[in-house]
Design a protein. Structure first.
Lengths: 168, 357
């Protein structure tokens, strides 16, 4: 069997990876395997190896807009297409629109569930509570239950501006 | 720099660590990906920025109580061979081995924690445990992470969770994985349906495969793929459930083969013993595959008095970098095959042929 990269030397390294229901196979000679850095059975990802052969992901192209660049780090959509990775934390905001579709196909959900840094946990919980209260408030107004609505409105006020609530 | 080899456990010591179900689950690992809010991700940051990130993170990690006795070094201070040895020990990734300036490593002496700095993300922290202990590994890394978040400003978004360089790790940034030795399922030809059903649950099965469909050394790694939309503990519990089922299937497959086709099992184990105890030239791939059946033989009490750690140690020290480390001259592939065969023959001198009925 010949090496499928250099097509010269005999293949001595044989790789198979199963992702989902797809099986991919590669036969490489020692030199090419080494050049591709394949020697660790556990961290090997064929997608990495095949990257550049069409396995990289693409952001949804935003119609009508010219090349978007991250204002903080200068990273562009083309850079993402090349590497499949983003430039900095801010990029998630910059490319939010294009990423939304990608995240949907990649993950169970599009909203984080689980651990949060303790310093942010409070604001995160407050945010969640506010959303819930707002929903209830809208419903209360809809059914013209103004008594409940007033209570909810006060609670929302208190949560979004605790200092003012205390002063009252 | 300190010598990493004086710090690392010897292969003999490292393979004598025990954990629950280690007949089948060779090791458990939980890794978390974290980044600092105010810097570019390592793949995009310029060298000066990467060095600054390393200088911010490394002291914070080293100062943790869990890391009181740790090895802490920048990646450019390692030789290529030493990096390769760390890869063969599963302590660092291939990607991290390719890094040099601006990347670093903090490893604790018990090899229970290994923190990679500026790999794909600013921080890749992992808890490692022998045997089936993913819940324990999660608890350990959760604690380390909670201590670290007090010192470092993480990139976190209320909607998206922990922000990572690659969107595939977004959210929890968690990867829970276990390394499994499954010769019974391979021999019983049940491995493919198992892999397929595990894949259907959104989990990945990896391994370096030999020709055909058999995994190299019948070792498989099972891990979660999705990180956003599910909590850490939910992911841990699901993996725990699935791994428990795989263990049960493997035990059943072994038992059933012994009852219905003992000759097939004894044939594999006997031949593997014959080759390993008598070969004068052997490749790394063949060594792993034959050692797998020797390991199975030990599990099935066919080698009374032989400890599984002997096999696991051979698994490790016959790999290319570990082999090269034992001699000063640079070995060619053929010289490695010689040295490997000599070493295995020598080690198996004290092991008698399998006691099959």
């Amino acid at each position: 069997m010949q090496c499928c990269v250099c097509k010269e030397k005999p293949a001595t390294v044989h790789l198979t990876q199963i992702v989902g229901e797809k099986m991919q196979k590669l036969d490489l000679c020692e030199a090419c395997a080494k050049a591709k850095g394949i020697n660790d059975p556990t961290s090997f990802a064929m997608a990495d190896l095949m990257l550049g052969l069409g396995a990289s992901q693409e952001l949804d192209p935003s119609p009508g807009t010219a090349e978007i660049k991250c204002s903080r780090c200068g990273f562009s959509q083309a850079d993402f297409k090349k590497s499949g990775r983003l430039g900095c934390p801010e990029c998630y905001r910059t490319f939010a629109e294009g990423l939304a579709g990608l995240l949907k196909t990649m993950h169970k959900g599009t909203r984080h569930v689980g651990k949060a840094p303790e310093s942010l946990r409070k604001s995160r919980e407050t945010g969640d509570r506010l959303k819930l209260l707002q929903k209830k408030l809208n419903k209360a107004i809809e059914v013209e239950d103004f008594e409940t609505a007033a209570v909810l409105r006060d609670e929302i006020k208190g949560l979004s501006n605790p200092a003012a609530a205390k002063a009252r | 720099m300190k010598d990493i080899h004086q710090f690392l456990c010897s292969p003999a010591e490292s393979t004598h660590r025990h954990g629950p179900h280690d007949r089948i689950v060779m090791s458990s690992r939980v890794r978390l990906a974290r980044n600092l809010r105010d810097f570019s991700f390592p793949g995009w940051a310029k060298k000066t920025e990467r060095v600054k990130i390393l200088e911010t993170i490394q002291p914070a990690v080293s100062a943790l109580p869990q890391m009181a006795d740790s090895f802490c070094e920048a990646m450019d201070n390692f030789t290529a061979l030493d990096k390769q040895i760390l890869v063969e020990r599963h302590l660092i990734s291939r990607e991290h081995a390719a890094k040099s300036s601006g990347s670093g490593l903090v490893l604790d002496r018990a090899e229970a924690f290994c923190v990679l700095i500026n790999e794909e993300d600013h921080l890749r922290m992992q808890a490692l445990r022998p045997g089936f202990q993913i819940r324990e590994a999660w608890a350990a890394i959760d604690e380390l992470d909670s201590a670290l978040e007090k010192k470092l400003a993480y990139a976190f978004d209320n909607e998206l969770g922990y922000l990572t360089a690659c969107p595939t790790n977004l959210g929890t940034g968690i990867r829970v994985s276990a390394m499994l030795h499954l010769p019974g399922l391979v021999l019983a030809e049940q491995i493919n349906p198992i892999i397929q059903s595990v894949n259907k649950l959104g989990l990945a099965v990896r391994g370096l495969y030999g020709e055909g469909t058999e995994a190299l050394g019948n070792v498989f790694q099972v891990s979660n793929q999705m990180t956003l939309g599910e909590s850490e503990i939910f992911i841990v519990e699901r993996l725990e459930k699935v791994l428990g089922q795989i263990i049960e299937h493997e035990e059943n497959a072994r038992q059933k083969l012994l009852e219905s086709k003992p000759r097939v099992i004894y044939n594999h184990i006997g031949r593997s013993y014959g080759i390993l105890a008598n070969a004068h030239l052997i490749s790394s791939k063949e060594t792993m595959n034959q050692l797998s059946f020797l390991r199975l033989g030990v599990d099935l009490d066919l080698f009374p008095g032989t400890n599984r750690a002997l096999v696991d140690e051979l698994f490790l020290i016959t790999q290319p970098a570990h082999l090269q480390k034992q001699v000063s001259d640079k070995l060619s592939a053929e010289e490695r095959d010689q040295l490997r065969a000599d070493m295995v023959r020598e080690r198996l001198k004290t092991v008698s042929r399998p006691a099959t009925k």
